[in-house]
Design a protein around this ligand. Structure first.
Ligand code: CO
Length: 506
């Protein structure tokens, strides 16, 4: 006799089907960045929009609503079956929240957004190439208006920007972020001031010529040490590094090779590896349900920053891997561990966010947050973005971009229609720092272990404390659960201050 599945299992099955369709989109996008011949782009867009609109229909359709409303009152959020486990109850809340968000945005709005951003992306690429903001401005105006509209559809209390933030980082509002970011600005600027007053460390030996094949091999060595196997993951090349964790058995990562900078590739690999491990360690039995998904973009970014900076930019990590690096790249022969460690941690104000060091990176992000917020609230105009940007660069980093290509035209996010996304980059650093305090108190011998080449205990700690829960806890609940304290900027500031005091002899 076949037992009838429980309503929760039926909902999970349906949700898994939606998620599987979603991963087909992911695969098309991955292929587009990695292998697709360029002239296939129009056909690819047709393939992708077919799959995307089908997925959207499944997500917002009546079948899903029916399955969901058997377990939770969609209007009030009341759970209708008290016998469900706490994990199942929290999954229902997430399903309901996601569902309400997707049905609030009318199909016509989504279509309009897609058409606008497709045009905006090519306009942005051209504007950046020519460093001509005026060519991008009319598109940005449309995108700001569409985002204001989106916020109105979604609803908000204090600021329309809060509605956009909530799409990427639940728990985050302007009211919560502003004090954190204001305090970061003060602390980071002060630290940067002290560092720039000191003689710069020598990092010239990092810029020599490094053969591409050997570079790719070495990044694979590092991913292997982190715990990746070729049977369940891949590392390929793309123009911008990214990670698509499709399923715990299929993690796609990419890196980018600059012939004159092997470390850029290695840190990208560690970064994407951090995202990848999160995807790999999610409970496979809950794939496609909220219990098998990443908490938020910010928590996801905390995992990549954890591996890239808190492990990959430490002395013990290179105590283990520098000899191997010197074998693969004899260019590094004669470089001492101290010299190498100082060089990979050079701090210097620069124009481009993605190339920024640990101290200046978050300042780049705060700048974008402040501008986005004002654009959405309507307190600054699109035409003033370049001048506001340059003024803020001077205030925060003490430098002024000589052209907009090195300023407000550098990032793709706005042309993709994403506003409210940038803060997750800064939050990733804050979460990572707060998690690291607990990690290092649980493993007081972490430095010795890493120096001996043991990275397994790091992976296990992250799995136990973060990955295994899926979206059972919201970002701030997770931080409190792990560290016993609310999210704070202090662990991050303390870490940076201590680390760079030593390197720069402050
Ligand atoms: Co990332």
């Amino acid at each position: 006799m076949k037992l009838k599945k429980s309503p929760f299992e039926q909902l999970s099955d349906y949700s898994r089907e939606v998620a599987t369709w979603n991963t087909i989109s992911n695969l098309l996008e991955w292929d587009q960045e990695v292998y697709m011949p360029t002239e296939a782009i129009e056909f690819r867009s047709a393939q992708n929009s077919l799959v995307t609109s089908h997925t959207h229909k499944l997500k917002t359709g009546s079948k899903f609503a029916k399955l969901l409303s058997a377990l939770i009152n969609i209007e009030s959020g009341e759970i209708l079956d008290p016998s469900l486990s706490p994990a199942q109850k929290s999954a229902l809340k997430v399903w309901r929240k996601d569902y309400l968000k997707s049905v609030k945005l009318p199909n016509s709005f989504i279509k309009n957004l897609v058409t606008t951003t497709t045009k905006a992306c090519s306009a942005w690429a051209l504007a950046r190439k020519e460093s001509n903001f005026k060519k991008f401005a009319p598109h940005l105006e449309k995108i700001v208006k569409l985002n204001q509209k989106k916020a109105a559809y979604l609803g908000y209390e204090a600021s329309p920007y809060d509605a956009l933030l909530d799409l990427y980082e639940p728990d985050s509002t302007i009211a919560k972020l502003t004090p954190l970011f204001d305090s970061l600005k003060v602390g980071l600027k002060e630290l940067l001031h002290k560092i720039t007053a000191r003689p710069q460390v020598n990092n010239r030996f990092l810029h020599q010529e490094f053969e591409a094949g050997a570079q790719l091999e070495f990044s694979k060595t590092l991913l292997h040490a982190m715990g990746f196997r070729p049977e369940t993951s891949r590392l390929d090349l793309s123009s911008h590094p990214f990670c698509t964790p499709m399923h715990p058995t299929d993690i796609r990562m990419t890196t980018r090779i600059h012939l004159d900078d092997v470390m850029s590739n290695l840190f990208s690999a560690l970064h994407e590896g951090g995202h990848g491990l999160y995807g790999q360690n999610l409970p496979v039995e809950f794939f496609g349900t909220p219990l098998g998904e990443q908490v938020s973009l910010g928590i996801d970014e905390s995992q990549s920053r954890f591996w890239e900076t808190r492990i990959g930019k430490t002395r013990p990590f290179w105590e283990r891997f520098l000899p191997d690096l010197q074998t693969a790249f004899p260019q590094f022969k004669g470089v001492t561990l101290d010299e190498f460690y100082a060089a990979i941690n050079t701090v210097t104000p620069s124009f481009i966010r993605v190339e920024a060091d640990e101290v200046t990176y978050t300042l780049h992000v705060i700048l974008r947050f402040e501008i986005e917020k004002e654009l959405i609230e309507g307190t600054i105009k699109v035409k003033d973005v370049p001048s506001v940007w340059n003024k803020k660069m001077d205030e925060l980093l003490g430098i002024t971009p000589p052209k907009d290509a090195l300023g407000c035209l550098q990032d793709i996010h706005w042309s993709l229609g994403s506003m409210g996304y940038f803060p997750t980059y800064a939050l990733g650093n804050l979460y990572a720092a707060q998690f690291f305090e607990k990690f290092s108190s649980d493993h007081p011998d972490w430095e010795q272990k890493i120096a001996q080449g043991n990275l397994t205990f790091i992976r296990d700690w992250l799995k136990t404390h973060i990955h295994q829960w899926g979206r059972q806890y919201s970002p701030h609940e997770l931080v409190e659960k792990i560290t016993g304290k609310p999210l704070s900027e202090k662990p991050y500031l303390n870490y940076l201050t201590k680390k760079y005091q030593r390197i720069y002899g402050l």
